[in-house]
Design a binder for this molecule. Structure first.
Ligand code: FES
Ligand code: MG
Length: 578
């Protein structure tokens, strides 16, 4: 711990508990109602343990226990721990999509911290949207925070084969649709693909976002790689509790950690891990909360320059997060690319990134590759522009067959997911391997909530002919565990009148990945005529959260935060001292 800069009377919580007045009497007497005495809380940092545990979040099934480990650490370091529930935003059960609720968690986190007597917080998350949601809110709240990543679940297993979250579900589903596996085998996959608490153990959105948070300096070094059920994860939890108390005394606030340098470090690490496409949206949103401008073009430039060295599925070939951990984990990966990172960036340890990386080692160089032998020479993500996506679109070159990197073909356009679903199951669908399948009205407002529909299923008619990939385009996102030649996040989305709304079945689409172009080969005057004839669709919501979401969500290239939340570190004007 570096030297304390705060005294007990300067703690934020002292406003609640210290004064000899009637209000503070009330606060203290209510702590006593909870069974605490003065010696439990007087002059101690109050640490909020923000726990996204829920019985409908299988990825966080260990969080009730883990909160006890954090509590142990807080007490050891002389803090006063209080556990608070936060919206769980689970990925598997939330309909229509968890992305509709990321900003709700961010708002809840910010306001819960602001309104309560908390001096510092441990954020417990991991399942996809929980990481950006918690971090965005805590950045805006501005108190010292440390992120406790849920950790990946164990490898999946079925009939002697290893199974990866998401990726193998899609793969075996295609095989089932092609009639290549039995119902019993399918049930075996169902029972074996998720074997323990923890987040998806491919390099999906969860592992990507926790790695980003780790690289940004917001977790204990390497914490994101520890499997959820490893005893090291419990020890990490206790250490989070001890460390946050020190951070409070040191006044180590997130604005000192999240800087242009640490955001850039996080983006580079994301590229080197073969990150989920969702990283783009969340990283932009997190950076903007910290007042750091990050654009799609910045990410494309880093993507062109950063080799993918984590051989973890789906971008990598062979391994899963448990292998990545055993090969040295994120610290070892960062050590490999240390000269590309800004080692002076400050982290929650109070030390620099370079100091945290001292002694990091790769134990298996097939899992974490040297720069001389990358999985893929260029980065994980590319940003396309053209008359179909003037504000950008994303593709994951490493996860698609290189034969699609330069492609021209006729569009087959669907206006809704149910229409598309019906067509792909039609064995007589008129389609060739050159056809470009397009789904629209699936963006932030159109989805609604920007669902993960972007890995459009390959039509049965093509699967039977042996095809497993084709060029697909949408204004949706896709799961971080997905793969294939899928262009995503087309902006502006069709629902708000982006050019995708003007595309018709039969129009020729051209993608040139090397030139970063995506165009529909339709003359400008024809597009202008179609635009003039376009009428906006009815809003999706008439009340409630969705109504507010629709009015304030920004487009994919802006991070999909709410317009009124995207501020720099400005606090709420004049917190009233009552
Ligand atoms: Fe929770 Fe994948 S479903 S991380
Ligand atoms: Mg996911």
């Amino acid at each position: 711990m570096t030297d304390p800069v705060k005294t007990p009377s300067q703690l934020r919580s002292a406003r609640w508990f210290a004064p000899d007045d009637l209000r503070s009497f009330g606060h203290r007497s209510r702590l006593m109602q909870l069974g605490y005495g003065e010696e439990d809380f007087r002059d101690k940092p109050v640490i909020g343990i923000l726990n996204t545990w829920s019985e409908l979040n299988s990825c966080h099934a260990h969080f009730r226990e883990r909160a006890q480990d954090v509590r142990r650490g807080v007490l050891q370091a002389g803090g006063f721990p209080v556990e608070l529930p936060a919206l769980s935003v689970d990925e598997s059960f939330t309909k229509p999509t968890s992305m509709l609720y990321r900003n709700m968690l961010a708002m809840e986190t910010e306001e819960m911290i602001r309104s309560h007597p908390l001096d510092g917080v441990v954020l417990m998350g991991g399942c996809d949207k929980t990481t950006p949601g918690l971090v965005m809110g805590a950045i805006s709240a501005g108190v010292p925070m440390i992120y406790l990543p849920a950790g990946p679940m164990l490898r999946g297993h079925f009939a002697g084969r290893t199974l990866g979250s998401g990726s193998d579900a899609w793969k075996y589903w295609d095989e089932r649709r092609a009639g290549n596996i039995t119902d019993d085998e399918w049930l075996g996959v169902q029972g074996g693909i998720a074997r323990s608490a923890g987040t998806c153990m491919t390099m999906g959105t969860a592992s990507t976002m926790t790695a980003i948070t780790d690289a940004m300096g917001l977790t204990l070094p390497g914490a994101s790689s520890i499997p959820a059920v490893d005893s090291g994860h419990q020890r990490m939890g206790a250490e989070c509790g001890r460390r946050i108390v020190g951070m409070v005394w040191e006044d180590l606030t997130p604005d000192r950690i999240i800087t242009p340098a640490s955001v850039r470090n996080a983006a580079i690490v994301a590229m080197a891990t073969g990150c989920s496409t969702n990283a783009v949206v969340h990283l932009i949103a997190m950076a903007r909360r910290a007042g750091v401008a990050l654009s799609l073009d910045d990410l494309d430039a880093l993507g062109r320059d950063t080799p993918l060295i984590a051989n973890v599925r789906p971008s990598g070939k062979d391994y899963l997060m448990e292998d990545f951990f055993q090969a040295g984990g994120l610290r070892a990966l960062m050590k490999q690319i240390e000269d590309r990172l800004d080692g002076s960036a400050l982290t929650v340890t109070g030390r620099s990134l370079a100091q945290n990386l001292q002694g990091a080692e790769v134990f298996d160089d097939d899992v974490i590759r040297p720069l001389s032998n990358p999985v893929y020479r260029e980065g994980s993500l590319a940003v396309l522009r053209g008359n179909l996506c003037p504000d950008g679109a994303i593709i994951k070159p490493a996860a698609c067959d290189p034969k699609y990197h330069l492609h021209e073909g006729p569009a087959l356009v669907f206006d809704s997911y149910p229409d598309m679903k019906k067509a792909v199951d039609d064995e007589d669908l008129q389609i060739t391997p050159d056809t470009v399948m397009v789904l629209r009205n699936a963006g932030p407002q159109g989805g609604p909530g920007f669902p993960e529909w972007g890995m459009l299923p390959i039509p049965k008619a093509l699967i039977r002919q042996g095809h497993r990939d084709m060029l697909r385009i949408s204004d949706a996102r896709m799961s971080g565990t997905s793969y294939g030649a899928c262009v995503l996040h087309v902006a502006p989305e069709s629902f708000v009148g982006g050019p995708l709304a003007l595309l018709r079945t039969g129009d020729i689409i051209r993608m040139d990945l090397n030139a970063r172009r995506l165009d529909m080969l339709v003359p400008d005057d024809e597009l202008a005529a179609r635009k003039a004839a376009w009428t906006p669709p009815q809003p999706r919501f008439e009340r409630g959260w969705g109504w507010m979401f629709e009015r304030h969500v920004t487009q994919a290239d802006q991070g999909c935060d709410f317009d009124f939340l995207q501020t720099d570190f400005g606090r709420v004007a004049g917190e009233p001292d009552i």
